[in-house]
Design a binder for this molecule. Structure first.
Ligand code: HEC
Length: 125
């Protein structure tokens, strides 16, 4: 094989690999609710967006236990209906998988000299 052809194949396969990787790493979001498009999203959309926006869900995160405690809280205080065990499991599987507890923020706070002056900062008095 000519050297030129080898380069062509190498180039083409790396471009393809790049696009494939890009597709795998990007989470596809449902257009209206912004929920991650994956098994169970319809159950969440159908049962969890009647009283509030899905944003309240997508902006939150937590372990399965935390999600379950939120559901119990809404059932005890906000009129969320009892969910059939299988349906609740589907919803919890989805939330645990896609909105699991996040690691704490990785970004270090800015140094003081990079911030504007804080007018409310106590000066020790
Ligand atoms: C019957 C109405 C109702 C339904 C249905 C409902 N919620 Fe809620 N939910 C509420 C209310 C009311 C709040 C408090 C709203 C606020 O803080 O503005 C709330 C708050 C939340 C919060 C924020 C909790 C926090 O700690 O700030 C999350 C997350 C949430 N709901 C998730 C869900 C999920 C998941 C479902 C589906 C299983 C669901 N909700 C279904 C009424 C509902």
């Amino acid at each position: 094989m000519k050297l030129q052809n080898r380069f062509f194949i190498l180039y083409t396969s790396s471009v393809l690999a790049f696009f494939q990787f890009g597709q795998l790493s990007a989470q596809e979001l449902e257009r209206v609710t912004g929920l991650v498009l994956a098994d169970g999203w319809q159950a969440v959309q159908a049962n969890c967006t009647e009283c509030h926006s899905a944003l309240l869900i997508t902006q939150n995160s937590g372990s399965r236990e935390v999600w379950e405690s939120r559901i119990r809280w809404m059932q005890d205080t906000q009129g969320l209906q009892e969910l059939a065990p299988e349906l609740e499991a589907t919803i919890l599987d989805y939330l645990e998988e896609h909105y699991d507890q996040k690691d704490s923020t990785r970004r270090a706070p800015l140094s003081k000299h990079l911030l504007p002056e804080n007018p409310y900062e106590s000066n020790g008095e």
